[in-house]
Ligand binder design. Structure first.
Ligand code: NPQ
Ligand code: MG
Length: 370
């Protein structure tokens, strides 16, 4: 039994080692909202993946801070006792939407639960691996030579799959260049919703590059047009933004909108929801992989644990810490070994907050007694 005592929030800002550009914009720093829950003198940690602005999703660190402070906190205060973290979604059901805010609190409760049980989180989730294959997401580059140099560097580090961020005007040429130079590499493309069905001629050209998948080409909430596009392309469509819950995953599969799903525990509304998608995917033979949101060590560790489940069969957007940060707020940093990230074996997430760095990078924090 977990009796919650305290809730803390920390808003942090970390410099990125290099700007990260996508079809929706460029980020030079990473803002993250960290959540901690305390019970029996033990702290569990969760990271909210909402961004600094409503670009990837409508949720932001500010909407999450508001929803957790003003709406989730009172629900926790009136409940306090949980036997298991999977009970949390029902307790938060009065709040509609705000899945990233809910997911961060649920993650903290899972970490706390696993720490109290003295077991690494993946064992409680049913994970079956002690290392997970790492892929890398390569942002939109200023030119093709810079792109080829970046890809060459990542391959030399051991990354198992290269994903290029694409947008209209940065699609056919960069993919052709990378495919010509690295004919055998596992290669995919992620449009972050930058195309419409009117772009079908361009999207058809991408079919020539033997891509592992084309991720979220169309509108961020769409399923129907993706189903239509899927019938026109040989390349499998993978959905990211459109899959915001297990319910949406069922709808997507029923419509034939995707053949692969990118699971981000934050975007789907939490780990319990992610486990439900995993069960559905196993039943339907749909390959899963874990996406990334430039997480600090807290969110990165959660992704690594989730990616150990049997249905997560494709390389993930889980890279080494140093791909994004010079210094992280959690220790130890994740490092590549033979193209894989080892799964932390200590209790819970298996990483520890570095309080010195957390407090130095925090722009705001608050603690409440529950
Ligand atoms: C994706 N991530 O799969 C996302 C989207 C994304 C690793 O490609 C700041 C914080 C900038 C989170 C840019 C990757 C971001 C971000 C893109 C997430 O679609
Ligand atoms: Mg994506």
């Amino acid at each position: 039994m977990i009796r919650l005592e305290r809730l803390s929030l920390f808003l942090v800002e970390l410099p990125l080692v290099a700007p990260f550009a996508t079809s929706f914009g460029e980020e030079r720093t990473k803002q993250a909202l960290l959540v901690s829950l305390t019970a029996d003198g033990v702290m569990g940690w969760g990271e909210c993946v909402a961004g600094s602005g409503p670009w990837y999703s409508w949720e932001t660190v500010e909407t999450a801070r508001y929803v957790i402070s003003e709406h989730i906190r009172p629900l926790l205060s009136s409940r306090k006792v949980f036997e298991h973290p999977s009970e949390l979604p029902a307790a938060l059901a009065p709040i509609r939407g705000h899945g990233m805010a809910k997911a961060a609190v649920e993650a903290a409760l899972w970490d706390l639960y696993a720490r109290l049980q003295r077991k690494p989180l993946y064992q409680l989730l049913g994970g079956v691996r002690e290392a997970v294959p790492a892929g890398v997401s390569v942002g939109i580059q200023p030119d093709i030579p810079s792109l080829l140099a970046a890809v060459e560097g990542y391959l030399a580090e051991g990354y198992q799959r290269i994903k290029l961020k694409i947008k209209p005007g940065w699609d056919v040429e960069p993919l052709r260049a990378v495919r010509e130079r690295f004919p055998d590499v596992l290669l995919s493309a992620d449009a972050n919703a930058a195309y419409t069905l009117a772009d079908l001629p361009t999207l058809r050209e991408l079919d020539r590059f033997g891509l592992l998948m084309l991720e979220q080409p169309l509108h961020f909430e769409d399923l129907l047009e993706h189903a239509q596009l899927a019938r026109e392309l040989a390349t499998p469509i993978c959905l990211d933004e459109s899959i915001t819950s297990a319910r949406r995953a069922r709808e997507a599969l029923a419509l034939g909108a995707c053949r692969i799903i990118n699971v981000k525990p934050g975007r789907v509304g939490g780990l319990t929801e992610a486990l439900e998608i995993h069960a559905l995917a196993l039943e339907r033979g749909i390959p899963l992989w874990c996406g990334g949101m430039l997480e600090t060590g807290i969110g990165r560790a959660l992704n690594v644990h989730l990616a150990t489940l049997p249905g997560f069969t494709l390389p993930h957007d889980i890279s080494a810490t140093k791909r994004y940060f010079r210094e992280d707020i959690a220790d130890p940093p994740f490092e590549l070994r033979d193209g894989h990230l080892p799964v932390p074996q200590r209790p819970g997430l298996g990483v520890e907050i570095n309080w010195d760095r957390l407090l130095r990078s925090a722009t705001w924090s608050r603690t409440w007694k529950l």
